[in-house]
Write a protein that binds this ligand. Sequence first.
Ligand SMILES: [Zn+2]
Length: 285
Amino acid sequence: MDRADSTLVGQVVNKAFEVFQGDKSDTQRWCPLCGGFEQTGFNQYSVSPWRIVACANCDFVYLANPVTYRDLEVDQAWEANTQRENQRRQRERPVLNRLSKGTRFRLKLGPSKPNRFRIIFKQGRVLDVGCGTGNSLPSSIVPFGIEISRHLAKKADESFRKIGGRCVQADAISGIRQFADRHFNGILLHSFLEHETNPLPLLVEAQRVLDEKGVVYVRVPNFSSVNRRVMGHNWCGFRYPDHVNYFTSDTLRRMARLSGFDMHLLNWGNLIFDDNIKVVLKKAR
Ligand SMILES: [Zn+2]
């Protein structure tokens, strides 16, 4: 990382820390990638009161007025918002929604999450950030988790402790700060970074707690997908106000590099048609 990059990361991390301390994230948000303040509105994608904007400096697309970490513990917890979001989708596009529910079996085609992640995480300690009830990790590893929803964190903790791990109930940054340097052999950020108000500071912390040979698996919605252009604000990647960052492979790579990672794109062959970006991060050499 050169000196300009390290100054930039320091600025973004400090701003994130101010927001985290003061719970001011519902009033204003800096660009999570470059710390810039100038924004262009994306009115066609905003659903009142939620404002989607693009950074005028680096083009990163994000939600300008996310809810606070405190609200995510109960009132705006993932499980509560999922119910509200499903109701919105049913209201705005009943036919498509029914079709999607009627063909839900397609999501179960292919290997389960633990089987998919067995290829990436073979053994050792693995941290699942935003672990929900904690059923994503393969049985060959020692599971750890961070989960902000009190209800879900309790369930995950009970199941992880039986096999030597544990789950911390906290926002991701406070949670990951509780672990020592190089503590983990793997970190799972599956459908998580799009939810995190401060993704760059989180990746910096992930770099710190990861073993030299460890890997991070990241999956986020793909803002560059053809489907987003076709479906507009009805694209499945928009969730209000759950999703606060809208990555392209380019902005994800820039953020990974600033955090000290090399990014390896897994679904490069069909990326433009895929609603998700799937990558493995390794510590930069
Ligand atoms: Zn920016």
